[in-house]
Write a protein that binds this ligand. Sequence first.
Ligand code: TRH
Length: 391
Amino acid sequence: MIRPARQVAWDVFCHVIDNYGDIGVCWRLARQLTSEHGCAVRLWVNDLTAFRRICPEIDPLLPAQYAQGVEVRHWVAGFPDVVPGDVVIEAFACQLPDNFVAAMAARRVSPVWVNLEYLSAEAWVTGCHTLPSPHPRFPLTKYFFFPGFSETNGGVLRERDLEDRRTAFCNSPEQQIEFWLSLGFPPPPADALVISFFSYENAMIGDLLTVWAQGKVPICCLAPETQTLTLLETFAGQSLRAGNTKRFGQLEIRVLPFVAQTDYDRLLWASDINFVRGEDSFVRAQWAEKPMVWHIYPQDEGAHLIKLGAFLDLYTASASTATADAVRGFHEAWNARMSGGEQPGLITPELWQRCLDALPDLRRLALNWANYLKKQDDLCSRLVRFCRSKL
Ligand code: TRH
């Protein structure tokens, strides 16, 4: 491929381990590098089928294609001999192909090599952010880039036009109606609390849906068609698929199709509360400026609970004790895992009621948090600046 002169060439490597967060983050980054920073981005992805779910224009059968200005390459075994770009990003410590690393070392000027790490609010992140690690064999240095929630680390992804797009959507009943119809549903009932519901297979889903069904507040639960469908079906006592609407007391469940990433943002903006998971939906819920519940990706020996606690400490720092307790209590229950597996029975009507009572405060908290984050540079800008300083 011929690239225009002076355009910095980036290779971004994404190894999808499971689900959609790895590609979710890499795809956002690749688009932003291209559209906002004028970079020529080649995105290597091992699983184009997963990619297609968040970006339907991807053809999983093509070894190379362009999508939204990004060159997308299928990362397969038997990696081709290509000339590495000026910057190489390995996302989430994915292992680069050996011949590619050798080609990096063979370049006249070594590429800037960055391992884009997982997002964490833990304090140690700042100390490790941008630390170099020399390659044991080649004259190459890899830098660790840690996303986070302060000026002293890598920040979080945020497109330049995100705020404008969100505001335009939230102020436009027409756009919202069009959005609901595009999902195959009418707008939710006006008196219902609208909850988007994206989580891992959490044994407490049934308990929570029961609390909602038997509660006083009408709830419209928007559940994307994912692996949690089986648990929803167990609760419903019937099979479910995208397009279904089912009613249980005060609870209406709508099973949504899995939508493109840009539409997922709209879903978060259109909901009153967002249940999210992993990394990317978790960040997007923060930009939606709505109360949220995070189902963190479970790690061995409960490491994720430390990560969860670190985030909640920051997120609730300005909250009243009652509000902070409601947030923490619900998150602890939703993320509870004992050595034998998840613990049903922790989600109670009282726990949920504490959240409902705190809702006005939770809305303020979400807004304050987003305003705090908005004062900082976004991850992509920080990454570009860092890489430029090493070029
Ligand atoms: O899917 P996730 O659980 O992803 C991951 C992976 O498990 C990964 O291995 C782990 O390392 C990481 O989490 C922390 O959750 P996440 O990060 O929220 O990614 C989901 C993506 O899917 C996000 O980009 C939003 C997108 N999405 C859509 O595009 N459409 C949809 O309908 C939904 C529900 C999500």
